[in-house]
Design a binder for this molecule. Structure first.
Ligand code: NAD
Length: 257
């Protein structure tokens, strides 16, 4: 079975990894629902361009993944949901005693609770269709920790745990649930940090990337959004039908250390 004609909902997909994953799903023939909390002309333009490029149906549905009812409404509005990629995520870095409560709440809501709500809403649709794939974009921080990222690490470990529970609840059905754990990925968000870091360390671009940013990534290479899209496509393939409740690291060796 191919994913051609299946409907994929990717949360947080107007940029970065979500957009890259959505593009690889569309390239493989899936119809795609893009999402973010904004409702700008450019969000809808991304959908129109992707539809034209890959010859599939692409819709953009605005929904704020920090709000339970909007998470569930996203799945309802999508109508179909054969593949659910829970990708929306934010970050905040601070020592725990200075970590703003509202940042903790937002990170837990967007990076963890949104996946609970979308998965709960999507499973009945997958069951009715007789097939489903849930892929949670976790992180190397779902398996290891770093200082000053308490909320992010808690949310990402949480989503790895939830992945296992959902896999067990669907184990006897043609539905799988897995987590992909990226290391450092060169998204616009990460790219934007490079100039400041170059200035701070008085280093050139390559030196900052290899010695500062990729210090924990043994390959000293960023993972790419295309590689993550390829990993998600693999998890949606027949070859992965017995892969459920596990994590796949795309981290250049980070978690082998
Ligand atoms: P990004 O900022 O480019 O993408 C985040 C996406 O989430 C955007 O589309 C944004 O609009 C969306 N989003 C944010 N708040 C939202 C909300 N309230 N409702 C709906 N959408 C919302 O960042 P990215 O690097 O592409 O991150 C995507 C995912 O990958 C995140 O879950 C992140 O934790 C994870 N991740 C990223 C890296 C990395 O190095 N870039 C590494 C490991 C894991």
């Amino acid at each position: 079975m191919t994913i051609s004609g299946k409907t994929a909902v990717v949360t947080g997909s107007n940029s970065g990894i979500g957009l890259g994953v959505a593009r690889e799903l569309a390239r493989a023939g899936a119809n795609v629902v893009l999402n973010s909390f904004t409702d700008r002309d450019e969000d809808h333009a991304i959908a129109a361009e992707m539809a034209k490029e890959f010859g599939v149906d692409v819709r953009y549905i605005q929904a704020d993944m920090s709000k339970a009812e909007e998470c569930r409404a996203l799945i309802e509005k999508a109508g179909a949901c054969d593949i659910l990629v829970n990708n929306a995520g934010i970050q905040h870095v601070a020592p725990i005693e200075q970590f703003p409560t509202e940042k903790w709440d937002a990170i837990i809501a967007i990076n963890l609770s949104s996946a609970f709500h979308t998965t709960a809403a999507a499973l009945p649709i997958m069951r009715a269709a007789g097939w489903g794939r849930v892929v949670n974009i976790a992180s190397a921080h779902g398996l290891t920790a770093s200082p000053y990222k308490s909320a992010y690490v808690a949310a990402k470990h949480g989503i790895v745990g939830m992945t296992k529970s959902v896999a067990l609840e669907t184990a006897e059905e043609p539905i799988t649930c897995n987590a992909v754990c990226p290391g450092y990925v060169l998204t616009p968000l990460v790219e934007a940090q490079i100039p400041d870091t170059m200035e701070k360390y008085n280093m050139g671009r390559d030196e900052v990337i290899k010695k500062v940013m990729l210090e924990r990534q043994p390959s000293r290479e960023f993972a790419t959004v295309e590689q993550l899209g390829g990993t998600v496509n693999f998890l949606c393939s027949d070859a992965a039908a017995q892969i459920t409740g596990t994590t796949i690291s795309v981290d250049g060796g980070w978690t082998a250390l």
